[in-house]
Design a protein around this ligand. Structure first.
Ligand code: FPP
Length: 224
């Protein structure tokens, strides 16, 4: 059975769920947050060390202001209301992406990272204002500045995910089969599962079904 240390998730389908069920995309994001909570719990139950969630891409800035503001308010409330409990559960929160949000949100994100820095049970990486192409170009620039030799090992040291193992498993909900500029370098050998359900409809049993399938895959990493 394959060890599972790191799950990455593209949480797609909130908007469609919201429109279909409540006539509002934002209602879909709210419902999506409930799924986030459920999946965090289930990740701990499965003794997985790293969970990376794609919460906001560099391309998501093109959405209507009203939706962007709603997403950030959800995130602020999540940080204010939940960080103490996450900390008590020994969960570490790390942000992957440039923190150029409102002063208040930047401060909350920094505080959450600082508070949970030493926690060990589960590391949640929240990809926020994240774009993989930018991450790789930036890593290359910094590697060049450091005058280090350009090779895989050295480049990895300048990625936002330095010290984080590559995802073993990527799940994308929402019935769309694409990577959307997410962890393009790090997903080189990950097993990928595209799930038809929209993120707010994704349940613990769906997650566990994928984990079970993943554990039984023959992973070759290029060998035979
Ligand atoms: C993609 O669905 C989802 C997002 C861009 C936002 C994800 C946010 C959450 C799950 C809630 C907030 C999370 C945290 C951790 C506070 P979409 O809107 O692109 O859906 P669509 O494809 O149906 O339009």
């Amino acid at each position: 059975m394959n060890p599972l240390n790191h799950v990455a998730i593209i949480m797609d389908g909130n908007g469609r769920w919201g429109l279909k069920n409540k006539n509002s995309r934002n209602a879909g994001h709210k419902a999506g947050l409930n799924t986030v909570e459920k999946i965090i719990k289930e990740t701990i139950k499965n003794k997985i060390q790293f969970l990376t969630l794609y919460a906001f891409s560099t391309e998501n800035w093109k959405r209507p202001k009203k939706e962007i503001n709603y997403l950030f308010t959800l995130l602020e409330n999540f940080l204010v209301n939940r960080i103490e409990d996450l900390h008590k559960q020994n969960i570490k929160l790390k942000i992957l992406g440039l923190k150029n949000f409102s002063k208040r949100l930047n401060k909350l994100l920094n505080l959450a990272e600082k508070k949970t820095y030493k926690n060990k049970k589960l590391q949640i990486n929240l990809a926020l204002n994240y774009g993989s192409k930018y991450e790789i170009i930036n890593a290359l620039k910094n590697l060049k500045k450091s005058k280090g030799k350009i090779n895989e090992r050295n480049l990895t040291k300048f990625l936002l995910t330095k010290n984080i193992p590559d995802p073993d498993l990527l799940i994308r909900t929402g019935n769309t089969k694409r990577l959307s500029n997410f962890l393009l370098w790090q997903l080189a050998y990950s097993e990928i599962f595209f799930e038809k359900k929209l993120w707010p409809d994704f349940k613990e049993k769906d997650y566990n079904k994928i984990i079970k399938k993943f554990k039984n895959i023959k992973r070759n990493f290029g060998k035979i």
